[in-house]
Design a protein around this ligand. Sequence first.
Ligand code: 13P
Length: 256
Amino acid sequence: MRLKIAAGNWKMNKDYQEGLELVSEIVQKSKPATGTLVILATPYIHLKDAINIAKTTSHVKIAAQNCHQAKNGAYTGETSIGMLSSIGVEYVLIGHSERRQYFRESNELLAEKVKAALSENITPIFCCGESLEIRNEGWHVRYVKNQLKKSLFDLSEEDFKKIIIAYEPIWAIGTGVTASAQQAQEIHKEIREAIAEKYGNIIAENTTVLYGGSVKPANAEELFSQKDVDGGLVGGASLKAETFLPIIEALPTTHS
Ligand code: 13P
């Protein structure tokens, strides 16, 4: 069975103190459940202390929101994967639509970041998703498959198995408009089929594919109950324990 994940992406929110308080609250109040994981993608300033807090559990992990592709060098303001690894980071978001849009990150650059992360055994949470314009024009499936192809499908089977995918339609991010459960299921199925075509059914069945875009307590359960939706990557609703905890609880659990 593939892992079900509730991941919070704090984006550029929370000062140092507020952030650590939220990590502590999530760690204390979320319950470990078989086959599930909670991941908090915090700003860089929180990472090291957040990791220390999360270490007291086995079900809460901490992610960075970005990394640079180079090992080191004259890249003022950037953070390398080796640096993240040196403080115990285990996950990193790569290719969030805000990085693609505001920082001009291309599919090719993201392929380099993915490889850099894997080289330090950090798990990429690779984000993909189309704009409203593309959705309205009806070629969103082709667009998303191309993102996967350009940034991930050069990986070996061994490496691809380590990837987590997050489908986040740009029109649903921070807008309050959520993809319907059917819309999410439809494209998640297409994503899984594209993986199966490239890497075979077993790897496709084992790849966690998250949905992101206005996930909230009221819609999480319906979204997460879709066959090919393995949890969520949550922005706004992950900034408060009272809204993120019910989303964590909406994850389907596997009973062995
Ligand atoms: P919202 O949940 O605020 O729509 O953000 C989604 C997102 O971008 C998570 O990475």
